[in-house]
Design a protein around this ligand. Structure first.
Ligand code: ADP
Ligand code: MG
Length: 299
């Protein structure tokens, strides 16, 4: 597959136009993420109920901040949204796939193809050029070496680092490093960019410029969730979901229908081309064990 990073400007009728969930009046963008009464209980004595019934829906083009104090369940929620863990009860759907229905291998494929991660600590390979760091974001996408490098150069242009392709991360400032990490997360054109305290290791003005970048990428159509303990960071997002003691305390931007959309339970709300039960992911493997790369790319 080719993995173009730059996309044409959305036409005025496109659900991506304006990049806001309410931009397509009467024509809702597809659901990227759906949580329905999600709980997570850790086995301990007594058991720890880290999430106690969390429901929300994120549509393509949203920019969401999830904010809460230490212990509120943010990391647990990040693991569930990022398909790194499964809920104790309730449903987590990523681009229509119920993650509880997928095998570990299918989950890895879903994660590699549909979710881009950005972490507080950047996690760059220090001995590799900026370009190779970003190109590695496509290792599991089935792209050729040349395609990977071309897509990486495009992604780095999007984050304003075209002049740093050959540089090692050690030569970069913290803000530049995080831009590289953002480019790596975006290079495969994931359905969802998931950022965990992305400004946590940056001084405040550098942090603001990374948040500006998220806003720009969102204007271009990227769906982004930022998880943070910092209300100042969360307030920069179009929609803020507040978490406390494993429950949603407030959700500033929930579209009218997002709480009820999941109650139909039939996945019809979800982009039809991806099914709603994960069978399509499973089918797409065929019998070839090397087929993790065949998860259909997010459009
Ligand atoms: P946050 O990231 O907002 O600080 P966490 O999701 O890390 O919140 O934790 C939520 C609650 O779950 C806390 O009470 C924490 O102590 C507990 N917790 C988190 N991970 C585990 C675990 N692996 N085993 C037991 N309890 C855990
Ligand atoms: Mg945490």
């Amino acid at each position: 597959m080719t993995a173009p990073v730059t996309r044409p400007s959305p036409s005025p009728s496109s659900p991506l136009a304006g990049g806001r969930p309410d931009a397509g009046v009467g024509n809702d963008p597809p659901v990227v993420l759906e949580l329905d009464m999600v709980t997570k209980t850790y086995p301990a004595e007594p058991p720890v109920e880290a999430l106690r019934g969390v429901s929300f829906t994120v549509r393509r083009g949203e920019l969401v901040g999830i904010v809460g104090p230490s212990g509120s369940g943010k990391t647990t929620l990040l693991h569930l949204i990022g398909t790194l863990d499964r809920p104790t009860s309730g449903t987590v759907r990523v681009t229509g796939f119920d993650i509880s229905q997928l095998s570990d291998r299918e989950l890895s494929a879903l994660r590699a193809g549909r979710i881009g991660f950005v972490f507080q600590q950047f996690f760059l390979a220090e001995h590799q050029s900026v370009l190779d760091n970003v190109a590695d974001g496509l290792l599991y996408a089935g792209a050729s070496f040349t395609e990977r490098r071309r897509a990486a150069a495009d992604a780095l242009a999007r984050v304003g680092l075209s002049d740093k392709l050959a540089v090692l991360p050690t030569k970069l400032s913290g803000g530049q490093r995080q831009r590289v990490a953002v480019a790596r997360a975006l290079v495969g054109r994931p359905a969802l960019l998931l950022a965990d305290e992305p400004t946590g290791n940056l001084d405040s003005s550098t942090g603001q410029s990374v948040l500006d970048l998220f806003a720009e990428l969102n204007d271009e159509g990227a769906t982004i969730i930022v998880i943070t303990h910092d209300h100042g960071v969360a307030q920069r997002m179009g929609r803020v979901i507040e978490l406390l003691d494993g429950l949603i305390l407030a959700d500033s931007g929930a579209p009218e229908d997002s709480r009820t959309a999941s109650q139909s339970g039939d996945g019809r709300d979800v982009d039809d081309s991806y099914g709603s039960d994960g069978r399509e992911v499973a089918d797409s493997y065929g019998s070839d064990s090397d087929n993790d790369r065949k998860v259909p790319p997010w459009p």
